[in-house]
Design a protein around this ligand. Structure first.
Ligand code: F0G
Length: 451
């Protein structure tokens, strides 16, 4: 490994170790905290390894018209800012990243915000943002000669890991909470050939168990406690800045589960700022489901100095996490950028998801917390209409078709959950109707449509 180029720094005690010295569960041997990947050569201005901002912008733009495999990846296109491999030919890529940034015209109008965008990470090869992190950490697994990789997952990590493992020629082990992941995601893990174990445990229990297993067998852990995952997941920050011609948006809104993604995006913007690629960082706000809101509670009750694990419940199963591993990193991103951490109800999530669908974009439930959160921030006067806001849509709408169908059939929410929002929900529902196979009957169905 190019240990000179990168090292790991503990976010708790500050201990620095070489990448290959990390324990199998990626916890610090001294204090038990997580590590960040750090690039020592970047620190001094004028330092020999410090990347030149202008040159980077030029070379990244040039690569957009290249046909080289690495350049076609929206992660490895930015490889100067993630020099984590000895040899880039070890990169395992499925052409991840380069995801679209959509203007959300309807929601912008409804919320009276001039510039509202969705960065649709669901448009990645396996349908979620996990692919940007998986390409990075899977490449490290391959370069270090592992035969097996593993993750605990609420579904998307396992889908992504299974696909990248298959591409790398590695075997993969998935631990998932039984009955609590969406079928689309489970089907992907099967399709890509993972060994999938459904456990009578929640996500937090699955991750705890796996952290023990990797200490007993040579299996490479690919959850976001693995700091190389975050190196890949920081690249959408580069794409966003590039899309705005290096003037960053005012506010980035991210769903929060295990809190790796918000941490990674914070790192991406921080590094760009420190290297002089951008002149400021956007506010980063994290939104959780009300039934799975340990970070919200941590901010509310302990000013994010400590976090109490909780039993999590939400239909947005991707973020059904009560003991988020990366909470300290995410709290730092929120605090240093002046962002907020808030939660939204099941009805708010369902309504926001239907609205994102009605824009022609669609997303999975966990992603919809971003729009639901923005509505709250707007109502509380925390987002001005002149601000440029980007919502991170983390997963594709087809990931959880059951949720969508149940919503449109009026079977998703309990009566008390929908209380006070019935009219809004009715206006968004588009259930399929059974119609006779005649032109008259079909045309008749149009008359009943409200839009
Ligand atoms: N959105 C989606 C669609 C997710 O799958 C996840 C996490 C999140 C948001 C939250 O991101 O954990 O980085 O804060 N899914 C993980 C998984 C936990 O196993 O697929 P986070």
């Amino acid at each position: 490994m190019k240990e000179i180029l990168h090292q790991l720094r503990c976010i708790g005690c500050g201990a620095r170790i070489a990448g290959a010295e990390a324990q199998p569960d990626f916890r610090c041997a001294v204090c038990g905290e997580l590590f960040d990947v750090e690039y020592p050569g970047w620190s001094e201005r004028g330092g020999k390894d410090r990347p030149n901002a202008g040159a980077l912008k030029w070379v990244w733009r040039e690569r957009r018209s290249s046909r080289e495999q690495l350049d076609c990846s929206g992660v490895w296109r930015f490889r100067e800012l993630l020099p984590i491999l000895d040899d880039f030919s070890n990169a395992v890529s499925l052409r991840e990243g380069n995801t679209p940034l959509y203007h959300m015209t309807r929601a912008a109008l409804a919320l009276r915000i001039d510039l509202l965008f969705a960065k649709h990470q669901g448009m990645n090869p396996t349908g979620s943002f996990k692919d940007t992190g998986m390409t990075a950490a899977m490449s490290v697994a391959k370069e270090r000669g592992f035969a097996w990789v593993a993750c605990a997952s609420t579904g998307n990590t396992s889908a992504s890991m299974a696909a990248y493992a298959a591409r790398a020629g590695l075997r993969s082990l998935v631990l998932i909470p039984e009955g609590k992941i969406a079928w689309g995601k489970l089907s992907q893990a099967m399709d890509y050939g993972a060994v999938t174990c459904q456990l009578k445990a929640d996500f937090d229990g699955c991750l705890r168990l796996l952290s023990q297993i990797v200490k007993e067998a040579p299996i490479y852990l690919l959850n976001s406690v693995n700091p190389y995952r975050l190196e890949g997941q920081k690249t959408p920050a580069f794409e966003i800045a590039e899309a705005f011609d290096w003037s960053v948006p005012d506010h980035l809104i991210v769903p929060g589960g295990n809190l790796g993604n918000s941490s990674a995006l914070g790192k991406g913007f921080r590094e760009m700022y420190e290297l002089g690629l951008v002149a400021k960082m956007p506010r980063i706000s994290v939104i959780q489901a009300a039934g799975a809101n340990p970070l919200v509670r941590s901010f509310r009750e302990h000013q994010a100095a400590s976090l109490e694990p909780m039993e999590a419940h939400t239909r947005a199963t991707a973020i059904r996490i009560g003991n988020p591993a990366s909470w300290r990193k995410a709290a730092r991103a929120i605090q240093e950028t002046g962002g907020w951490c808030l939660d939204v109800t099941e009805a708010e999530i369902a309504i926001a998801k239907a609205e994102i669908g009605a824009e022609g974009l669609g997303c999975e439930p966990a992603s919809a917390v971003t729009l639901a959160g923005l509505k709250k921030l707007r109502a509380e006067g925390k987002v001005a209409s002149a601000e440029t806001v980007v919502l991170m849509l983390t997963g594709h709408t087809l990931k959880d078709a059951d949720y969508t169908i149940n919503f449109h059939r009026g079977k998703l929410l309990a009566i008390d959950e929908a209380e006070g929002r019935e009219a809004e929900i009715a206006g968004l529902r588009r259930d399929a109707v059974a119609v006779e196979a005649t032109p008259a009957a079909v045309l008749d169905a149009l008359k009943g449509s409200s839009r």
